[in-house]
Design a protein around this ligand. Structure first.
Ligand SMILES: *[C@@H]1O[C@H](CO)[C@@H](O)[C@H](O)[C@H]1NC(C)=O
Ligand SMILES: *[C@@H]1O[C@H](CO)[C@@H](O)[C@H](O)[C@H]1NC(C)=O
Ligand SMILES: *[C@@H]1O[C@H](CO)[C@@H](O)[C@H](O)[C@H]1NC(C)=O
Ligand SMILES: *[C@@H]1O[C@H](CO)[C@@H](O)[C@H](O)[C@H]1NC(C)=O
Ligand SMILES: *[C@@H]1O[C@H](CO)[C@@H](O)[C@H](O)[C@H]1NC(C)=O
Ligand SMILES: *[C@@H]1O[C@H](CO)[C@@H](O)[C@H](O)[C@H]1NC(C)=O
Ligand SMILES: *[C@@H]1O[C@H](CO)[C@@H](O)[C@H](O)[C@H]1NC(C)=O
Ligand SMILES: *[C@@H]1O[C@H](CO)[C@@H](O)[C@H](O)[C@H]1NC(C)=O
Ligand SMILES: *[C@@H]1O[C@H](CO)[C@@H](O)[C@H](O)[C@H]1NC(C)=O
Length: 611
């Protein structure tokens, strides 16, 4: 206690002494300081504040010792050659919010110590090569919010110590290949707000030390292959507000070893799994505000160190089981403001490692699939917005912190699937037939229906034997090897139900080999070819040939002409024949129905009555 008090007293004395000393220094330097009119000078801190001083030019008579010169909010238009050569001690120069149009070559010559230079919110259209000559220690350069159209070769070549450039909000349309030459220490580059239509790949290759790169408003639809090659040390890439950007080419991120990737406010409709997969050191992935609808299962497993995934404000309908499988360190998922009805614990490698979850503003169905979220609510940070039920009427607008431990299991419930209409389905068909088996089920959530073949392998929605989207199983052109017991399985989060059906396919009798019909041959809608094979069609080959060659109508008319001859002939002979039986074969169903009289289906003969 005693020692403590002594200490306090001593520091108080020291502080008083320091105050006196500082005041003395201030007084003496005030004497030497000539503060220009309309400026405020802080001689203790060696700061000159000429902000808002209505200067149209850089004022004369600035104190030589100044470390900071603030000339913001004036109307300065031009910086001439060696404009600041008297201010050898200057560390910080702020010329933001002026009307700068011209910066002459070597305008800053003499400012060897300058660390920061701010030129934002001016009207610069071009920066001449050599403008930054002599700024050998500059660390930060802000040329944002100007009207710069192109960046020329060697613009920054004198800035060997520069670590940070922001060129946000310019009208940049072109960055020359050698623009960034000499920037050996540059760690962060912001090219936000540019209307570039190509990634300045060549120019970027100069920036071997770059760690962070921000792009905004790139006018691209596809990010081309090898856009960022040679940026070996880049750790963070941010691409945003690219309304046109719809895809990333497979190798677009080739050569990068990122820990953080953001592609937001763009037009991606799918997670770019392939371009990402080599980023095994990635910790942070943000794809927010893209119209992405699915996160598929088992496609992000290569990103084995991933800790955070953000997809806020997308169009997510579903996060599949296994979406984050293999990601052992995964601890934050933010998918708020999407269209998700649920999020199953099976999507994660393990929900135990999850520390933060943004799931609010989704049309969540509150059933047993979300029970895990409620159970882990004490360990998970919801970012101040716990998820809420929106689709269940009785739980409307309840958020997940409102449930008590006791009422949970009865509130968030699922109903096991039950297959409706369990009538035995047994089909015995002949080879070549099509068979459909029905299967529908109810449950909560609505169960998915799938089919297993007799070998218990799942059937896909394509192929000759396929599971239809309405739950039915279709076997087309059944073959003997299709015979067996098929299993319909209805499953949801609460469990499964199954129903066997059986199919027996009979082989064709060996006598009739050809199950196919010839084109132009009559069809037999009521009977299958198997049954029909035995039925003999009675006609003689000559009639068939004649009929087929001259066509039925002409055949018919020739026959009629014959009849008339026969009639006259028989009349003249006195012995009248009143009927004649004609065998024929119709050419096709259509032409025979045009022909009209006979019923070809029953028989291939018809009888005509003569007058
Ligand atoms: C500089 O001067 C302006 C105008 O008087 C004032 O608003 C501003 O706060 C001053 N800035 C600093 C850093 O002192
Ligand atoms: C210069 O003054 C303006 C206005 O007071 C202030 O916003 C700005 O931060 C100052 N710049 C520096 C480098 O202190
Ligand atoms: C960028 O392009 C868009 C569309 O072409 C245009 O509306 C916008 O004015 C441009 N911005 C600049 C800074 O040139
Ligand atoms: C975004 O993509 C969709 C199709 O994927 C397209 O219809 C739309 O026009 C795109 N938007 C822009 C701004 O290009
Ligand atoms: C980009 O690279 C991928 C993978 O090698 C290749 O399939 C694709 O065709 C390339 N795209 C272009 C535009 O070259
Ligand atoms: C990739 O980055 C990680 C750390 O971010 C580093 O440990 C690793 O060595 C880098 N790999 C290569 C090939 O540069
Ligand atoms: C998810 O992102 C939104 C919007 O950026 C933010 O408000 C919310 O706090 C985030 N949630 C979590 C859990 O980080
Ligand atoms: C399912 O679709 C198939 C083919 O479209 C149809 O034959 C079958 O009757 C349908 N099943 C049900 C239950 O609607
Ligand atoms: C159905 O559920 C049982 C346990 O209830 C499980 O063993 C079986 O694997 C499930 N079958 C399918 C196809 O999901």
């Amino acid at each position: 206690m005693q020692a403590g008090r002594q200490m306090l007293e001593r520091t108080a004395v020291c502080r008083a002494a320091l105050y006196l000393l500082a005041a003395g220094v201030a007084l003496t330097s005030e004497a030497r300081w000539s503060c220009p009119p309309s400026c405020r000078c802080n001689s203790a801190a060696l700061e000159v504040n000429c902000s808002g001083g209505q200067f149209t030019n850089v004022p004369d008579g600035l104190p030589r010792e100044a470390k900071l010169l603030n000339l913001t909010h004036n109307t300065i238009k031009t910086l001439v050659h060696q404009q600041f050569h008297t201010l050898m001690q200057l560390l910080h120069l702020d010329l933001s919010d002026n009307l700068l149009v011209v910066i002459e070559v070597e305008a800053f010559l003499g400012l060897q110590g300058l660390l920061t230079l701010r030129l934002s919110h001016n009207q610069l259209k071009i920066i001449p090569v050599g403008a930054f000559a002599g700024l050998t220690n500059l660390q930060l350069l802000d040329i944002s919010s100007n009207e710069i159209l192109v960046l020329l070769d060697f613009t920054f070549s004198d800035l060997a110590a520069l670590q940070f450039i922001t060129a946000a909000d310019n009208d940049l349309v072109f960055i020359s290949h050698q623009t960034f030459t000499g920037l050996n220490s540059l760690q962060e580059l912001q090219l936000d707000g540019c209307n570039l239509t190509a990634v300045p790949t060549e120019a970027l290759t100069q920036l071997s030390a770059l760690k962070t790169l921000h792009f905004q408003r790139l006018g691209l639809a596809t990010l081309p292959n090898y856009s960022f090659r040679h940026l070996m040390h880049l750790k963070e890439l941010v691409i945003s507000h690219c309304a046109w950007l719809e895809t990333l080419s497979g190798n677009s991120l080739f050569g990068l070893n990122l820990t953080s990737l953001t592609i937001k406010h763009c037009n991606l409709s799918a997670v770019p799994y392939i371009p990402l997969h080599h980023l095994v050191y990635l910790l942070y992935l943000d794809l927010s505000f893209n119209p992405i609808t699915y996160i598929h299962g088992n496609l992000l497993g290569d990103l084995l160190r991933l800790q955070e995934f953000h997809l806020v404000g997308g169009s997510l309908l579903r996060i599949e089981i296994g979406a984050f499988r293999g990601l052992e360190h995964f601890r934050l998922l933010n998918v708020s403001r999407n269209l998700l009805t649920t999020l199953e614990s099976g999507a994660f490698h393990s929900v135990d490692s999850l520390r933060a979850l943004g799931l609010d503003s989704n049309p969540l169905a509150c059933d047993c699939r979300l029970l895990w979220v409620v159970r882990r609510r004490l360990y998970v940070n919801f970012g101040g917005r716990p998820p809420a039920c929106t689709t269940s009427a009785q739980l409307q607008d309840w958020n997940f912190l409102d449930f008590s431990e006791a009422e949970l299991p009865s509130l968030l419930t699922c109903r096991q699937p039950r297959i409706l209409n369990r009538k035995r389905q047994e089909a015995r068909v002949d080879q070549g037939h099509t068979v459909v088996f029905y299967c529908s089920a109810e449950g909560d959530p609505v169960p998915s229906v799938s089919w297993l073949n007799p070998q218990l392998r799942p059937l896909s929605p394509i192929g000759r034997v396929r599971a239809l989207s309405n739950g039915s199983l279709e076997v087309r052109y059944a073959q003997p090897q299709d015979s067996g017991t098929y299993l319909c399985v209805a499953s949801n989060a609460a469990g499964n139900d199954s129903l066997p059906v059986s199919l027996r396919v009979r082989t064709f009798p060996s006598s009739s080999k050809n199950p196919f019909r010839l084109k132009g041959w009559p069809t037999f809608p009521s009977a299958s070819p198997g049954e029909n094979g035995d039925q003999k069609l009675h006609f003689d080959v000559k009639t068939l040939l004649i009929a087929a060659t001259i066509g039925f109508v002409s055949f018919f008319s020739s026959v009629s002409v014959c009849f008339i001859f026969m009639l006259f002939w028989s009349k003249s002979k006195g012995q009248i024949k009143h009927t004649a039986t004609i065998a024929y074969v119709p050419r096709s169903a259509v032409s025979s129905s045009n022909g009209g009289t006979g019923n070809y289906m029953e028989t291939s003969r018809f009888t005509m009555k003569l007058i």
